[in-house]
Ligand binder design. Sequence first.
Ligand code: SF4
Length: 286
Amino acid sequence: MNSPKGRFPVWLKRRLGSGETFVHTQKTLDKLGLETICTNANCPNRGDCWSRGTATVLILGNLCTRNCRFCSVGHGKPLPPDPTEPQRVADLAQEMNLRYLVITSVDRDDLPDGGAEHFRQVVLTCRNRIPQIELELLVPDFRDCQDRAIEILSDARPFVFGHNVETAPQLYSKARPGGDYQRSLALLKKAKDRWPQTQTKSALMLGLGETEDQIRQVLQDLRSVGCDRIAIGQYLKPDKNCLDVEEFITPEKFDQWADQARRFGFTWVMASPFTRSSYRAEEKTL
Ligand code: SF4
C-alpha cells in the first residue's frame, strides 16, 4: 500500500505541455470551438497528447446529466445538440491530419437516444471527409435506450466501441452513483453481439479503494462480455470536490495487471499510472 498522504510519488510527475505542436492543437481546438475531455477532466496527459497533435473531443456539450465523484466535468442541464458540431469535428480531423480520433461525450440522459444520433452524425461526417480515418467512440451507458442507441449507430459502426466501467461495482455507490455495473457490461455485450468485428474497449481507474480480487473480477466480467481492449490507470483527484485518492499503485503493479489482463485474453492492453481510456489509443499494442 502506498499512502496518498503528502507528496505525490516520483512516478507521478508529469511535464506540462509546450512546443509548436501543443500550441497548434490548442489553437485549432479554440478556433473550432470544440470541447475536449483533456481539459474538462483535467487530464494529466494533456502535455504529452497535445504535443503529439492528438486530443479527445468531447461532444454534446460540457455539462453532464450525472455527477460521478471521480470526474471534474461540470454537471447540470445541457443544451440541445449543436448541429454544427459534426462539421467542426471533421474540420479538426482534417486540419490536424488525424488518422485516428477518439470521440466521447457527457452523459445525456435528457435525450431520448442518449445522444446516439449525434454520435452517428459526427462519425459519418468525419468519415465522409476522411474515409480512412479510424474512429474510437467512448460512449455513455445509454441508460434506458441501449438497444436504440446500438441500432442508431449501426451504419456508423466505429473501429473501437468503448464504454468505461471505471471501477469495481462495490465502489459504484461512492464513485459512480448514477451508474450501474451490470448495465455497463450489458452495453458492451450488445455492441459485441451486434458488431463482432468491432473492437470493444473499457477502462478502469485504480486507487479508489478497490481490492485486487475486485479488480480481477472486473477483468473477468469484461472478458465474459467479449471486451477486447482494456486500459488501466491511476485515479488522480481532478478537482477539490472529487473523491480523494486512497492508494497510489506502483508502476510495477500496473505491469502485473497488464500481464494478468493479457492472460485473461484481452488483445489490446495498456496499464500504467498515466493510462487513460483515450491515452495512446491509436497505438497497436498488446
Ligand atoms: S489521455 Fe485522453 S483525455 Fe488525456 S490528454 Fe490524452 S487524449 Fe486527452
